[in-house]
Design a protein around this ligand. Structure first.
Ligand code: NAI
Length: 329
């Protein structure tokens, strides 16, 4: 089975090539171009394609893939909000994903962002390198004995909740489907979570229901001086309202691994370019905002698990076996 691997980075190829010999009958062609309407025709002659969070897999791309004979979309990630599932279903294209490659990788990054945004370690590092050992601008707050509010207690939210508990925080959570087995945290309503939490970390998927769940109305319900962290999806936060909230001094700090508009930048080195978007520049201009480039997943363990599960998904499809990681809607 021939699979075209879109949007290849050197680390993708390295981790997939290491495991490919264990999967006879499956071959990958790695290309740097990402999937979009212009590059979708390259899939002609392949049975499947492999794509990531930053690919465009909307209606028009699915139609082109279908005309090219594609029967399988292998998402090498957990999220699939960038895939038009209805269209894939109409064109009899199976969509498989990697549901949980390393929840701890993302949760540990969420805590790293929370700590960096809070204690300004990124600034302290630069200052000390410049022989500036003064502490002005570096004051943070303790997490110990504060309240962490986790929105979405799936695999990553649970890992983050455990980390927060380890920090000596009281952990409260909001989820559409509370997990009764989690006895170390307390489920509350979304409004209660917003009003009680000192640290809010977002871990629910981006759906129609969660789109812009953090907006003016919900920001107003938060405690003054709250720390907000988003490692889930940019669309959970209405950026213009977040910027207004930051200007109103609502937030002690904000840590973002994901943000609206990221698709145009993420995983690209644009350091020599003049960016046309003003939103990201505005966010970067605030002293209490720390941004990373959708790297929550980026650990050796996670990349190994992603390659392994993606290859298992391809093998199951090839052998006509049960597709346990199929996304149906
Ligand atoms: P999961 O499916 O295990 O958990 C999601 C949880 O959110 C579930 O408990 C679900 O009941 C809950 N939920 C769904 N709708 C909700 C709503 N309206 N309100 C409150 N809770 C709701 O997913 P997992 O593996 O924990 O991943 C969470 C998200 O993290 C993914 O959807 C993805 O967007 C993001 N992610 C980010 C990565 C990064 O590199 N920054 C890497 C991997 C995932």
């Amino acid at each position: 089975m021939k699979i075209l691997f879109y949007g290849t980075k050197n680390y993708d190829e390295q981790f997939f090539q290491k495991l490919l010999p264990e999967y006879p009958g499956i071959s990958f062609q790695f290309i740097e171009a990402n999937l979009c309407p212009e590059t979708a025709p390259l899939s002609s002659g392949y049975e499947g394609i492999c794509a990531f969070v930053n690919a465009d897999i909307g209606t028009s791309v699915i139609e082109i893939l279908s005309r090219c004979g594609i029967r399988l979309i292998l998402m090498r990630c957990a999220g699939y909000n960038n895939v038009d599932l209805a269209s894939a279903h109409t064109h009899h294209i199976k969509v498989l994903r990697v549901p949980g490659y390393s929840p701890e990788a993302v949760a540990e990054h969420a805590m790293a962002l929370a700590l960096t945004a809070n204690r300004h370690t990124h600034k302290a590092y630069i200052k000390c390198r410049e022989n500036n050992f003064a502490l002005n601008g570096l004051m943070g707050v303790n997490f110990y004995h504060k309240t962490a509010g986790i929105i979405g207690t799936g695999k990553i939210g649970l890992a983050m909740a455990r980390i927060c508990q380890g920090f000596g925080m009281r952990v409260i959570a909001y989820d559409l489907y509370p997990d009764k087995k989690l006895d170390f945290l307390t489920y509350v309503s979304l409004d209660e979570l917003l009003s009680f939490s000192d640290l809010i970390s977002l871990h629910c998927p981006l759906t129609e229901q969660t789109h812009h769940m953090i907006r003016q109305e919900t920001i107003e319900k938060m405690k003054d001086g709250v720390i907000l962290v988003n490692t889930s999806r940019g669309g959970l936060i209405k950026t213009s309202d977040l910027i207004a909230g930051i200007r109103d001094h609502k937030f002690f700090a904000v840590g973002l691994d994901v943000y609206e508009e990221e698709t145009a930048f993420v995983y690209e080195d644009l350091s020599e370019r003049i960016l046309q978007s003003s939103t990201i520049q505005r966010l970067l201009s605030f002293p209490n905002v720390t941004i990373t480039s959708h790297q929550g997943f980026f650990t050796e363990e996670a990349l190994t698990n992603i390659a392994e599960t993606t290859l298992q998904n391809a093998q199951a499809f090839m052998n006509g076996e049960e597709l346990k990681n199929e996304v149906t809607g």
